[in-house]
Design a protein around this ligand. Structure first.
Ligand code: GLU
Length: 505
């Protein structure tokens, strides 16, 4: 097989929806799997839809996801430029070729004239289509003489170039996801290929660039299926071999009906964008990055949204995904997005993260709470608590008592924990803790249990108020682990404080 070269070709018309990120990811995985090349091409020929900042947003999003292009505006490559607005001189040659080979023609109809035709058609309930059956009644070079056309162009009459769709042509495509797809050319209108602003439309630029960049596989969202017959006809008209196509199914709303839209996230309380997006007007859309997702978890979740490894595996790192990825196992039908599953992935990745790495992330949170942290202590705390969280931001709520002496107590729990004889028991406990040689969880447990047995006390009678004293509430990990981490001095201080607060209850 010739070299695998794939591209992700977003238009910078706004933020990148997670569906777009998934398309980029599948292209990336496919390229890496086959030692191929992954290209990022910016398709910005439609200047009217250009949104400032969108291109930077796309680049930063992919970077955060770890989907690094081999060739792009930033990374260069031998097939550049990688931004269509910088390639405008390239397209003109192919427009000329299509016109010369009678596969395209100049059309001089004004937008007003076309609008009127559309309105008239609406009234008679048959839609207006610019095609083989109507083009000869319109103002274009299929009926005007060469001289007339040249004169119009010389007089700066605005024009577009349209594709001359053949009549009744069967187009059969073997899509790598959907199998055989048949189209009839009569379903396609004479699409505009080139506009009076001197720029090509998406269709022309897209196929010219795919050809010149030697793209072997076009992997893109199924919303581009309607454009496919035109693209295939364009390849034929230019006598080029078309790449192979794979159209990916949609990502559906959590309830399963309809495409997951840009607005769904805020409506349903989860992000649909990889990183936070601020519109030029200052509106803010949430991002997975800012919501505390780990890029590895996000990517893993997205990879499995429409593809599966053929077995029950779910947690797969990027290298494993690359190894296992194949277009054949991309599903034909849409995949329902599940915000709960996204959270689950993040939780799984946090659980298996090395304690040191988690502690580094947690250190950022501690800073927000003005805590000067001792890194070795943070590591121990992370190891104790990581099973309890789905996001790093939840750690503080599980861990604050390791860093702060309780200054108030959960009333309900205190009532349950502190009885008439508790102050005395806690005093005995303090005395014991004071003289224990190794202040370490296992040893503490052994010694405290011995005391409980010797005094014939119930376990709860000691451990519940002990927890109340250390945590201030009925939560947290093993009490002896907490005692070890906060240390002897602080443990005794906290017991003293509780005795002062509750006395003989
Ligand atoms: N520029 C198109 C987009 O915005 C690219 C479609 C394709 O991949 O061919 O998605």
């Amino acid at each position: 097989m010739s070299k695998i070269r794939v591209r992700f070709a977003p238009s910078p018309t706004g933020p990148l929806h997670i569906g777009g990120v998934r398309t980029a990811l599948y292209n990336y995985l496919f390229a890496k799997k086959h030692s191929g090349v992954f290209i990022l091409r910016i398709e910005d020929t439609d200047q009217t839809r250009y949104v400032k900042g969108a291109e930077e947003y796309i680049v930063e999003s992919l970077k955060w996801c770890g989907i690094e292009p081999d060739e792009s505006v930033q990374n260069g490559g031998n097939y550049g430029p990688y931004k269509q607005s910088e390639r405008s001189r390239i397209y003109k040659e192919y427009v000329a070729k299509l016109i010369a080979s009678d596969n395209a023609y100049y059309a001089f109809d004004t937008p007003d004239e076309l609008d009127n035709l559309r309105k008239e058609a609406e009234n008679s309930k048959t839609p207006f289509v610019y095609n083989a059956f109507t083009r000869e009644k319109l103002k274009n070079s299929t009926i005007l003489s060469k001289e007339e056309c040249e004169k119009l162009i010389a007089n700066n009459t605005p024009y577009v170039v349209r594709f001359k769709t053949p009549i009744d042509k069967e187009i059969v495509i073997n899509d790598l996801v959907r199998g055989e797809i048949k189209f009839n050319s009569n379903q396609t209108d004479d699409k505009v290929l080139f506009k009076s602003d001197g720029l090509p439309t998406y269709h022309l630029a897209n196929i010219v660039d795919d050809h010149l960049m030697q793209i072997s596989h076009v992997i893109r969202g199924e919303e581009w299926l309607p454009s496919l017959p035109l693209h295939v006809m364009l390849y034929e008209a230019l006598s080029w071999k078309a790449p192979l196509f794979a159209h990916l199914p949609l990502i559906l709303k959590p309830e399963g009906k309809g495409k997951l839209s840009k607005r769904d996230g805020d409506k349903m309380g989860f992000p649909v964008f990889p990183i936070e997006y601020k519109t030029p007007e200052g509106e803010i859309y949430r991002g997975y990055r800012e919501d505390g997702y780990l890029p590895e978890a996000f990517i893993n979740m997205l990879a499995l949204l429409g593809w599966n490894p053929g077995d029950e595996r779910e947690i797969m790192g990027v290298n494993e995904l690359i190894e296992e990825f194949s277009i054949e196992r991309v599903g034909k039908s849409g995949s329902r997005f599940s915000p709960e599953k996204a959270k689950w992935f993040n939780q799984q990745y946090l659980h298996k993260m090395p304690d040191e790495k988690l502690a580094l992330l947690f250190a950022e949170e501690l800073k927000k709470h003005n805590i000067k942290s001792d890194f070795s202590k943070d590591i121990k705390i992370c190891s104790l608590l990581k099973e309890r969280i789905s996001f790093v931001s939840e750690l503080w709520n599980e861990a604050y008592f390791f860093y702060k002496t309780p200054d108030n107590y959960d009333e309900k729990f205190a009532k349950k924990a502190w009885k008439e004889d508790t102050a005395e028991i806690m005093t005995d406990l303090m005395l014991l803790l004071n003289k224990i040689d190794q202040f370490e969880a296992n040893n503490l447990e052994t010694k405290v249990k011995e005391m409980i047995a010797a005094k014939e006390l119930g376990f709860g009678k000691v451990m519940t108020p002990f927890r109340l004293a250390l945590v201030g509430a009925g939560k947290g990990p093993h009490v002896f682990d907490i005692a070890e981490i906060i240390g002897r001095g602080e443990t005794i201080l906290r017991i003293k404080k509780a005795i002062e607060a509750f006395g003989n209850a």
